[in-house]
Design a protein around this ligand. Structure first.
Ligand code: SF4
Length: 432
């Protein structure tokens, strides 16, 4: 069934060859007026702190603990003496971590990298995990102003059939890859939980590890998806600054900030083995967002000690001369500082660096702190055949969500990791 929300937000949905497309060239007048109103009149937007009907509310103090630390964090008060002391401590406290994220730690990047490297080797040896994402749909009912997939944008929308998904999976599995991350846009109407569950069952046939990056769901739905074969769940909070969040997520269920915040906990309550956290660094104050991301993982790990925890580190790329507009842009140096601080504070956590970053940066950071990288990446829909084998796919392809920077194939990435003296790992888990 085509989602009413999608229809209402975009005006027109058309069906061709068993696929649905949003005809955004012909957004209805009402939809355009609504978009304009959402952008210009804050009072027309819903309360982003209020749960929508059907959204589960759990009893948890983690949000309060993360946010009280984050709100109090004044990174300008830390000195080089605080940073030196943090690097000397055997165990990195929350206070030490705050110092390592502060501007005072900038000149200590070399020492931070050395310490991070020691921690990484202690907990992960010289391994680097490889995975690839598979976008199975790109419908979205949300209006995130920074994203090309948002419901008002003119892109080619698709949802793969189960046959198409299996075809894509076979091609990826034939390359040797053993871990897959399934992604959809955020549309319950167009990619409902049972559709995602069926995709998980297929993925379980071809891969040993199955991750999900989908819209947040309730505990019972996470339990169902886990039973279908999903091992872990990634949810990007985008920014932990709820006031800023409100101005960037103007419509759709994603607008509800606390429901998103609690997604990882619901996933663990539903039986998932692992959860991943992230802020899109650069949307708001990146030091506070990095602090909140790591504390979110830290407090959840203490409450659910069995959980496999990991962090991702995407950033908005700074643009030329943007320093005056946004002095808090995240350049590679700051990204490296954040990743090293993550590693020192959470030595056991996986750290993923995606193909949004350059090959040079990823080659460097896997020697220091990152433990997982994607390879053979396509952010389009249904295009693995053409990208992996050079053959025409024979079916329609959906548009890509964003430009990737590191286009290395799985084989090239594997060889490059080996040539850095590291060990590429495809899987470390067996179901018995
Ligand atoms: S960021 Fe995600 S939820 Fe927001 S518009 Fe893009 S695909 Fe949709």
């Amino acid at each position: 069934m085509i989602s009413d929300a999608l229809k209402a937000s975009t005006g027109k949905v058309i069906k061709m060859e068993n696929q649905f497309y949003v005809d955004s060239d012909h957004l209805s007048k009402e939809a355009l007026a609504r978009k304009h109103q959402l952008e210009t009149d804050a009072s027309s937007r819903t309360n982003h702190m209020e749960y929508l009907p059907g959204m589960e509310q759990i009893q948890s103090d983690i949000r309060e603990r993360v946010m009280s630390q984050t709100e109090q964090y004044d990174y300008t008060v830390y000195t080089s003496a605080d940073v030196s002391a943090a690097l000397e401590h055997e165990q990195c406290s929350i206070e030490d971590f705050k110092a390592l994220l502060s501007p005072a730690a900038g000149p200590f990047l070399e020492q931070m990298a050395q310490r991070a490297r020691v921690e990484t080797r202690k907990h992960f040896g010289n391994t680097v995990y490889l995975f690839t994402p598979l976008y199975i749909a790109n419908y979205c009912e949300n209006y995130c102003v920074y994203c090309g997939f948002n419901c008002y944008n003119h892109i080619k929308r698709m949802r793969l059939t189960m046959e198409q998904i299996e075809h894509e999976m076979k091609i990826i599995a034939d390359s040797g890859m053993e871990e897959i991350l399934l992604l959809t846009g955020e549309s319950r109407g167009m990619s409902d939980v049972s559709y995602i569950g069926e995709a998980c069952k297929l993925a379980r046939k071809y891969f040993r590890m199955v991750g999900l990056e989908i819209y947040p769901v309730n505990t019972d739905e996470y339990r169902y998806l886990h039973e279908c074969g999903a091992d872990y769940v990634t949810v990007f909070q985008e920014t932990y600054d709820s006031d800023k969040y409100e101005t960037l997520h103007l419509a759709g269920h994603k607008r509800v900030w606390p429901y998103r915040f609690e997604a990882q906990e619901r996933a663990l309550m539903g039986g998932m083995r692992g959860v991943a956290f992230s802020a899109l660094l650069g949307l708001s104050d990146f030091r506070k967002d990095a602090l909140a991301t790591a504390l979110h993982a830290y407090f959840l790990q203490r409450k659910y000690p069995q959980a496999e925890i990991s962090l991702s580190c995407p950033r908005l790329r700074p643009i030329v001369n943007n320093d005056k507009i946004n002095p808090l842009d995240v350049h590679e140096k700051q990204l490296c500082q954040i990743i090293c601080a993550y590693r020192i504070f959470l030595p056991f956590a996986g750290i993923t660096v995606s193909s949004r970053e350059s090959a040079e940066f990823r080659n460097g950071i896997i020697k220091i702190a990152a433990t997982k990288v994607s390879a053979g990446v396509s952010t389009g829909i249904g295009d693995h055949e053409s990208k992996y084998t050079g053959k025409e796919s024979g079916s329609a392809e959906g548009d890509e969500q964003f430009e990737i920077n590191d286009r290395r194939s799985f084989e090239t990435m594997y060889q490059d990791i080996e040539s850095e003296g590291l060990q590429p790992v495809l899987n470390d888990y067996l179901y018995v």
